[in-house]
Design a protein around this ligand. Structure first.
Ligand SMILES: *Cc1c(COP(=O)(O)O)cnc(C)c1O
Length: 231
């Protein structure tokens, strides 16, 4: 399928899921996850109306997106893969938002690195909700401690939470994972009302409709947009 066709089809499916959930499609942003995909494919997605892109690795993103972003100042780029501390400086300079903040040491590192930016760096805290790799803070207590630390860094702004559901055909487990993220965001909002926790980044190619039904505001789609990844 052509990428433009795939974008159209995914937007339709987002619309249908919103309808089922009694939500407005404008509440859900579509991110194209372009890891392992080429610049011409990314250009094609841009032509099809995609404005938000996600990459897993700092180096790969920098190599592919440096020129692209100069040509398309309206493009927004998020880091969604795990970040090593020694790449925090590059990441803080290059990305608009880091979705995969999953430990306190990284908050310190990003806070220092982001002080060089002209505007603060937005971040999401990642919560582990059952996915195999165990990425993310393990529970809401550790999220609360991370949030406290985050709010003490003037160069960082929390924007919400991110999670990955387990790779399983068990819809109940997937749904439980997304519900856990939403509940965690509600707890953070009650505890830290001065900050914004409204972004819920959840849902991928195989589970984004369930995620939308459970309150997702940002779905991260790779395979369903670009086809299988070139690894
Ligand atoms: C690769 C990846 C995606 C996209 O996965 P697809 O199943 O191809 O849609 C989304 N989120 C994260 C964190 C990823 O690493």
């Amino acid at each position: 399928m052509a990428i433009s066709e795939a974008v159209k089809r995914i937007n339709e499916r987002i619309g249908e899921a919103c309808l089922r959930a009694g939500r407005r499609p404008s509440e859900v942003r579509l991110m194209a996850v372009s890891k392992f995909h080429t610049l011409p494919e990314i250009e094609e997605a841009w032509q099809a109306g995609i404005r938000l892109f996600g990459e897993n690795r700092v180096q790969e993103a920098a190599a592919k997106f440096a020129d692209f972003r100069a040509r398309h100042p309206g493009a927004e780029l998020h880091l969604i893969g795990s970040l090593q501390r020694n790449k925090a400086k590059t990441a803080a300079a290059f990305f608009d938002l880091i979705q995969s903040v999953d430990r306190e040491a990284l908050i310190e590192e990003l806070g220092t690195a982001a002080a060089r930016r002209s505007e603060p760096l937005q971040v999401l805290l990642e919560l582990h909700t059952g996915e195999d790799s165990k990425a993310g803070f393990p529970d809401t207590d550790s999220l609360c401690r991370a949030a406290e630390r985050l709010l003490s860094c003037p160069a960082l702004i929390p924007a919400g939470l991110m999670t990955m559901a387990p790779f399983t055909g068990d819809e109940g487990r997937i749904r439980a994972s997304f519900r856990a993220l939403r509940a965690a965001a509600e707890r953070l909002s009650a505890r830290f009302p001065e900050a914004c926790w409204s972004c819920l980044s959840m849902g991928m190619s195989n589970d984004f409709e369930i995620a939308i039904e459970e309150g997702s505001t940002l779905v991260r789609i790779g395979t369903a947009l670009f086809g299988e990844r070139h690894t």
